[in-house]
Every structure is written in C-alpha cells, then in structure tokens.
Design a protein around this ligand. Structure first.
Ligand code: SF4
Length: 413
C-alpha cells in the first residue's frame, strides 16, 4: 500500500473548457478510469482528487476540475470551486480542444495561474480530429504557445498520441522543491539521538502513532540519526537511561510543561506543532501573528479557519477550546467566526486575526496561499500550534532550536 500523505504529493491540476477532454486525458495518462467521462457538457462537477504514483514523477495527486465555460447558475458555482483548486496546485495543465477556438476564460485562467507563479503547461487535445492532422497540429502548437506564452504539447486521449510527452513535460516543469520543506533534518547531525514524547491518551488512535509523529521519525532516520519514542510517563527515565544528551527533544504540546520541567536547559526542546508550523507554512509569519494576540480588544473579530470539515467532538479545538483559551488569556470579549474546507475566505475585511489549524490535509502551497492572502490584507495569522504554545507560556522555549524565529519573537514581544 502506498501511504505517502496526500499533502506531500505533487498536486497536478487539469483545467479547461467543458468537453476539452480533461477527464479522458487523465484516464489515458493513468491507464485507469479515474475521471468520469461523458459527451454531456459539464459532467465533472466538484473537483475529483486521485492520489497515485506516476513513474518516474513519483507520488502525485491528479485533480480533475469542472469546465470553465459553463455559465449556468450551477456552472458558476463549479467555476468558483475550480478556481479554488489553484490554491493548492503545484503544476497546472490547461487543456484545449484543438478544433475549438480558445475562450476568454482560458485567457483569464492563464493570467490567474501566472499571477500565482504556478508552472503552467498547455495541452492541445483531440489532434486526431484535426483535418490533415500532422502539419496542422504542428502549426497550431506553435500558434498556441506564442499566443499564451507557455509550453504546449499535442495529444489525443483517444489514440493515446502524445500521452508520454505529457509526462516528459511534467518532469521538466514540475517544481523540484515540494519535498524539501524542512521538518527536523536540518536541526540534527548524523549519529544524534532525538527523543520524541508522544502521550497515548483516549484521543490517540488505536494501535498506531499519528501521522506527524510517523513523519518525524522517518525524517530523523533519513538523516542517519536515532529516534527514541516514549510516553511522557517514561520520559525522565528515558533521559536517565540514555547515558548521553539527546540533540533534541520533541514533545506533543499537551505534555510540554512536564517535559520542559524534566529537560535540562542545555537540551533543545520543541513541539511537534511548532515543527509542523515550519514544515507546512511559514513559521516566522505565524510567530508575528502570535505577537498580536495581546493587542486584541473587546469586540474584535477573529476568524478560525480549518483546512477540512472533520467530525467535531464535544470539546472541539476550533469551536470550543481556542475561543475559551483566547477569551481567558486576553480577558477580552472577542467575536469568533469559523470557516472550514477547501476554499479560504475571499475577503478578510474586518478581521483582526486569523487562527488557522495545523493544515494536515493541505499541501504546502495551499497553506502558504492562506498565509500570504492574510498578510496581503494586513490581517495577522497564527496557527493552532503556535497559538497553543503561546497561550500556555511555552513558545519561548519551543522556539529555542529556531534561531531566526526566536529572534523575530523576541523583537515582536
Ligand atoms: S489540522 Fe486542519 S486539515 Fe488537519 S484534520 Fe484538523 S482541521 Fe482538518
């Protein structure tokens, strides 16, 4: 079973007019019936996501989106969802029917893609339907590439012509850095010991450790260091028995106070949520967001944004715990609003702070888009991990391993 988390996969999104052949191309590219294909315009409604392995590209998520030129009321709603997909897109493939003239929506989409600095590749599809197809498609390819100023390939999903060229051009134009966002490897040396503290309480999943903990262990061993995993109840004994100082201790936030008390001050200590705030987004911006919490006033509006619509428990973190902690810690009468799911708020007018979840279901691109959008609208943003560390008075120590973030924090307090 392939278990690369979806958020760590290259996100390749297919866009284009209705019936340009996006779904058929995805099926031809993967050799599977992933997308729903029909001659009826607008068959793809909500974006369809499929995690898979494309050799030699590696783990990817293919995203099939609704056609852009459906101007019915429902079609306009679908288009909004299609545009939202850009938030998380690492590479955009814009599909054209070689036998139709490009539409203004194609021009608008390309400019939206370029504005976001997303690599974009044009696909001239259905070339087998063109009259005298070879010479004509070559000329058409040149014309399209000049008109839109992006690289193009010619394909036919039906005859599979040009399908391998899509892979070649994807390899050439895909961003190389999506797996390079630092987790823990840059904080340790080969041969180091790292102690991970993972409480196993009633909220822990049965029979396994959670994904962020798995990813951290993997990153430690990938860097030729040694991971020692323990519960908080055995932590002090683990340190004693180790016989040598660990290079780093990483703990779940809820055990931070105890672990901090038991970790000598010359051993760097941080939390999984701080590590992932850096890995997933931009720790420095989130730290600056935390520094504005004390400036909140009565009646200020705070947006709590979550990356998915997960099942809420009675003492839910986003709707119950964070509002309670924040009211207690600031002593202010704050107004909380909530958003959850794929799209982020288009307009942050009137908000004094955005508090975002850890974004485990979002890729780096999507999380960064949310951070940048907030900052562009002059609304500070913090995430759950940094906020919880701040409210519980542990942010200072949890930032010790991150020199730049620590400096920003010290200056902004
Ligand atoms: S951290 Fe965010 S994206 Fe992950 S499960 Fe919670 S709400 Fe969803």
């Amino acid at each position: 079973m392939n278990t690369t988390p979806r958020s760590n996969r290259l996100h390749i999104a297919f866009f284009g007019q209705t019936n340009a052949g996006k779904s058929s191309l995805i099926n031809a590219l993967t050799g599977q019936d992933i997308a729903l294909v029909s001659d009826i315009k607008g068959t793809t409604t909500d974006p369809v996501y499929k995690a898979m392995e494309i050799l030699p590209i590696g783990p990817v998520v293919l995203i099939d989106t609704a056609g852009l030129n459906d101007d019915t009321r429902l079609g306009i709603l679908r288009q909004k969802k299609t545009i939202d997909v850009l938030e998380k897109t690492d590479v955009a493939l814009l599909v054209f029917d070689a036998n139709q003239t490009p539409h203004q929506v194609d021009v608008d989409l390309i400019s939206a893609i370029k504005k976001r600095n997303i690599p974009c590749i044009g696909i001239l599809n259905k070339i087998d339907d063109m009259p005298e197809s070879n010479a004509t498609s070559e000329q058409a390819l040149k014309d399209y590439a000049t008109q839109f100023d992006i690289p193009f390939v010619a394909t036919s999903a039906r005859t599979k012509q040009g399908i391998d060229s899509i892979k070649d051009i994807l390899i050439k134009h895909s961003p190389q850095d999506i797996h390079e966002h630092k987790l823990v490897g840059d904080l340790i040396q080969p041969g180091d010991f790292v102690v991970l503290v993972t409480p196993v309480d009633s909220a822990a999943p049965k029979g396994r450790v959670i994904l962020p903990q798995q990813q951290t262990v993997r990153d430690i061993i990938d860097h030729d260091a040694m991971a020692i995993v323990t519960k908080e109840t055995e932590f002090a004994e683990t340190l004693r028995k180790l016989g040598t100082k660990p290079a780093l201790v990483i703990t779940d936030s809820q055990a931070f106070e105890q672990v901090s008390a038991e970790t000598p001050l010359d051993i760097p200590l941080t939390s999984f949520s701080i590590l992932f705030a850096r890995h997933k987004g931009d720790l420095n911006s989130l730290i600056q967001g935390a520094s504005t919490i004390d400036r909140l006033q009565d009646g200020d509006k705070v947006l709590i944004a979550e990356g998915c619509t997960h099942h809420r428990q009675a003492d839910d973190i986003g709707t119950v715990k964070i509002p309670r902690w924040l009211r207690q810690s600031t002593g202010k009468d704050l107004i909380f609003e909530h958003t959850a799911g794929v799209g982020f708020k288009d307009n942050l007018d009137g908000y004094k702070l955005v508090i975002h979840c850890g974004g485990c279901m979002l890729n780096h691109k999507a999380m960064n888009h949310r951070i940048t959008s907030s900052l562009e609208e002059n609304v500070p943003i913090v995430n759950y991990g940094v906020l919880i560390a701040y409210i519980h008075g542990i942010l200072d120590r949890a930032l010790d391993p991150f020199a730049q973030a620590k400096m920003i924090w010290d200056e902004s307090k």
